[in-house]
Design a protein around this ligand. Structure first.
Ligand code: ADP
Length: 223
């Protein structure tokens, strides 16, 4: 059932019931508020996604050289409240002088989406690592940002489709946690807008590592 079906159904039930049972009316109204919040989150994520797509098509995304650590710190800050609620520590490891050409607001959003998931799908008291580092891939210098958790992990059968819109490997858990199923699709589009990629390695019960790879260019011009 989509949030819209649910909101419509409960609102109609309240109207039909004649407001006689105040407790039941309150319960239904609470469901409507919860489902409206869910709908709000989905609409926000869909708008984000289509804006990134449009900007990428129109070459409207401007990449400027900036410090990676600054972006990792900002993303961790956005997630710090959620992490604190679960007593999860966010550990950042990134050289101060590491730089890459990026849209830092979008990159912060991508990293924050990965960190929020890492917190959501981990047990209380565990830790989430956020790394920035350079690696060589096929003789090309790349900038990598990895987010590692020690949480529930993801089954191998889900990995190929994980970055698709609305794909959920664990439907019940995602719904309970208020997920939209769009967070990873947004990360993928942001990586692509930077001519980069995102990938995942995961093992059930052990945890997951998501890695964004971006091309490193040594001049200020980015093709
Ligand atoms: P959601 O809003 O449902 O979290 P996402 O697009 O962010 O949507 O993620 C898609 C699915 O991938 C989630 O529903 C969840 O099943 C799985 N997932 C994402 N990140 C993790 C993670 N760090 N650990 C375990 N499962 C994850």
């Amino acid at each position: 059932m989509t949030p819209v079906t649910s909101i419509k159904g409960y609102a109609e039930t309240i109207l039909d019931s004649g407001f006689e049972d105040a407790d039941q009316t309150k319960k239904f109204l609470e469901i409507i508020v919860r489902q409206s919040n869910q709908l709000h989150a989905i609409v926000d994520d869909l708008l984000s996604l289509s804006k990134i797509e449009q900007d990428t098509d129109k070459e409207g995304i401007v990449l400027t050289r900036g410090k990676v650590k600054y972006v990792l710190n900002a993303a961790a800050q956005v997630c710090s409240l959620k992490a604190k609620e679960k007593d999860i520590s966010l550990n950042i490891d990134c050289p101060e002088d590491l730089e890459v050409a990026m849209d830092s607001t979008l990159m912060e959003q991508a990293v924050a989406n990965l960190v929020i998931n890492a917190v959501k799908y981990s047990d209380p008291g565990s830790q989430v690592k956020i790394w920035g580092y350079e690696i060589d891939q096929d003789d090309k210098e790349m900038l990598a940002i990895s987010v590692q958790d020690y949480g529930v992990g993801i089954g191998k059968e889900h990995l190929p489709r994980l970055f698709e819109r609305f794909y959920r490997s664990d439907k019940a858990r995602s719904r309970k946690l208020g997920g939209t199923g769009l967070g990873l699709a947004i990360v993928k589009h942001i990586a692509q807008a930077h001519n980069g990629t995102v990938s995942v390695e995961s093992e059930i019960g052990k945890g997951s590592v998501f890695t964004i790879l971006l091309p490193v260019s040594h001049d200020d011009e980015v093709s």
